[in-house]
Design a protein around this ligand. Sequence first.
Ligand code: HAM
Length: 427
Amino acid sequence: MKIQPVKGTRDFYPPQMAVRNFIIDGWKAVSRRNGFVEYDGPIFEYLQMYQIKSGDEIVEQLFHLTDRGGRELAIRPEITPTLARMVNQQVNALPRPIKWFSVPRLCRAERPQKGRLREFFQWNIDILGADDVLADAEVIFCALDYLRSVGLTSKDVAAKVSSRKLLAALLLHLGVPEASLATLYPILDKKAKLPADVFEKTLADAVGSSSITATILKLLDAHAADDIAAIVPDIASNPTAQAALAELQQIFDALRAMGVADYCRFDMSIVRGLAYYTGMVFEVHDAVGDLRAVCGGGRYDNLLRDFGGPSLPATGMGMGDCVLEILLRERGLLTDDSFKRQTDYFVACTDAQLMPKALEIVAQLRRNGAAAEFSYKTGNLGKQLKQADACGAQKCLILGQEYLAEQKIVCKDMSSGSQTLLTQENL
Ligand code: HAM
């Protein structure tokens, strides 16, 4: 019986591993230049941790297990709860603001589809201990800083920004009971994922009033404060909504000052599915709009308190590798030729008695920091040159007649084909 890989997982053969490393190295470099330091946590946690505040969708997608001591555990579907738990443990010792990043491997028992797998990598950046909207702007900037660094322009991707605080104020203003808000968010988050009639019916069933449902539907299409004022004229007198709008304005002002305003737009349809968001929320989508979000995040000021810690404001985002890779390939920013193997030297040996010398030279090159390869078989030069080419050698050092006659090594430049004679000391 041939064992198959589990659906929704990936095998990383060397070419796929090169792509994964390219993406992750970029995430790490951008995190560091934006002032974040790296952390990680365990790959499984107590199941209960995800049931507290992540929301039903994440809980339904958990891979969970019972250990031999009867403890209910789950493989991490996200790292934000782990981050909250870890920061809570050392909260008094950590200098503020806490700016941490991580690239965890995550598992969600989703139905595998384009850009969605059951195991993936997710870049996380989070800022804790800062209630300033500049921290929200910095999270969005950092995500865009990475996307711009890999060649994605504002024509390729857009950061759609909104506010849970604003949405909550509007819903309460319309007469939605406070107790219903938490159930409404995941429904509203489905707008782009469901057919319009199915979405409207689900929303109407949850809201229970057709006039409120109609107003909510209009609000989800709002792209400016003026749009909101036109839909809900007396909102000008609602201080919470006005404060939330002012915060959004400050975030957009900061993003303009940081030179990424062309990527950003206000979009009330961004709600986010996770339960813990309390303020700014955002997602980056591709311009064509046929892929799921490239990344998503927002402010979650109550999560640390909900996890038994002190009240500590927090904001952050997560970006998965799957949608990103699809997008980079679609835009021609990543091709299978992007990661050709590279070696500095290939040492070819056409005479078996020169093998000890070849080994000495390979070892000498490697000791000095050069990447060097050689063939276990001496003799046929043509075959060895093919092998040199396959491992992307810049130069091939040939030990053969010239070495036997006058201790000279032939150095062949693999791109131009030109050859020079060297002694071992010249290397
Ligand atoms: P999320 O929206 O669940 O947020 O995931 C963020 C990103 O992770 C998505 O936009 C997508 O790129 C990627 N992602 C999620 N699920 C999958 C999947 N099954 N396959 C491939 N990629 C996936 C969070 O996880 C929050 N914890 C992010 C956050 C950090 N918020 C604040 N800090």
